[in-house]
Design a protein around this ligand. Structure first.
Ligand SMILES: [Zn+2]
Length: 342
């Protein structure tokens, strides 16, 4: 029996009891298990507006479809079209579950059922987020594997990159639907946003809409090796699960700080490599270079601040600052060396 796994719009917050999972979660998942995305052909290219309007929140679904078909290239909308034909939506009251299990879930999408359920009071924020999960999902019946955005999971497979997937889903929701929700996956959103700066907006959106985690890994291989990429996804997943833990031993706090350091170093290092590639052959422009890097790092400092955890804020600002200074000094030294040689 395969455990049903739902996507939550809101992260489960603040339970010290969760901390016992820290050690268990503290291991890298096997990135080689990432499969090529299935060849999905478009089975449907009409939109049955009448049927969708009969669904709960029908007008909002139509608004979502109109916006996405207008803003995104048609080639990236295969999963959206294929799923729209059978999508069902309904309202659901999550209050009791949130009280019993602790959490703030206000919506979920089930890929096998192709069904969205959202809390009515929050639907204007939650629905587009869940609709992005729908628009980026493919469910393979024979082995019960789910491909959704940057996540793959199924029987015997580890779930990888869920943190990035949630962050990017929320980023797209805010980008295209003018929503600004500082409480929804705030850290994951900043990490996913900086990853997009490295990968490029069009490419990243396309990989997401085609449920192509493997493509994302291939893209990142220009800047980091597979082990580091695997560690990065795993670290973000770990942080996503434990950033809100409140009752932590010093050892557990340092585990979280070290994960965050890894994430910062991965992103900064990859971004530096990207800038070097971009500047190849061009006149080195220190102002432009440091300006770009400063913007990138400022986003990361903001990401850490969103956690509202003092023990992280203090150490990680230092980490980001150090990364910035040491990388810039290194770059300037390289430039000096070239000048002396030249
Ligand atoms: Zn979600």
């Amino acid at each position: 029996m395969i455990e049903e796994k739902f996507f939550k719009t809101f992260r489960v917050p603040a339970f010290g009891l969760k901390a016992y999972k820290l050690n268990k979660d503290n291991k890298a998942e096997n990135v080689s298990a990432i499969e090529l995305p299935p060849e999905v052909t478009r089975t449907d290219s009409k939109i049955d507006t009448q049927r969708l309007l009969q669904q709960k929140f029908g007008e909002s679904i139509i608004n979502f479809v109109n916006t996405i078909t207008d803003k995104m290239p048609d080639a990236d909308l295969t999963l959206l079209y294929n799923n729209l034909g059978t999508l069902t939506t309904s309202k659901k009251n999550f209050n009791l579950r949130n009280i019993v299990f602790g959490g703030s879930t206000t919506g979920e999408y089930s890929a096998p059922k192709n069904e969205i359920q959202v809390q009515e009071s929050d639907y204007f924020v939650t629905l587009p987020h869940e609709l992005f999960h729908m628009a980026s999902s493919y469910y393979r019946e024979n082995d019960k594997t789910k491909y959704t955005g940057f996540v793959q999971f199924g029987k015997g497979k580890a779930t990888l990159a869920e943190g990035i997937n949630e962050g990017y889903t929320q980023l797209l929701t805010e980008r295209y639907f003018g929503i600004n929700e500082i409480n929804v996956y705030p850290y994951e959103k900043v990490v996913a946003g900086n990853l997009e700066v490295i990968v490029g907006k069009e490419k990243m959106e396309s990989l997401y809409m085609n449920a192509n985690l493997n493509g994302l890994v291939q893209e990142l291989k220009q800047y980091a090796d597979v082990t580091a990429i695997r560690q990065f996804f795993t670290d973000v997943d770990f942080l996503s699960a434990h950033l809100d833990d409140v009752i932590l031993l010093p050892k557990e706090k340092s585990m979280i700080t070290s994960k965050m350091t890894n994430v910062n170093q991965f992103l900064t290092g990859s971004y530096m490599k990207k800038i070097n590639i971009d500047f190849n052959g061009a006149e080195f422009d220190n102002k432009r270079y440091s300006g770009k890097l400063a913007t990138f790092l400022a986003a990361m400092v903001w990401g850490i601040k969103t956690t509202q955890r003092e023990y992280l804020s203090e150490s990680s600002e230092k980490i980001v600052k150090n990364a910035y200074e040491s990388l810039l000094i290194k770059k300037l030294a390289e430039k000096d060396e070239e000048r002396t040689q030249g």
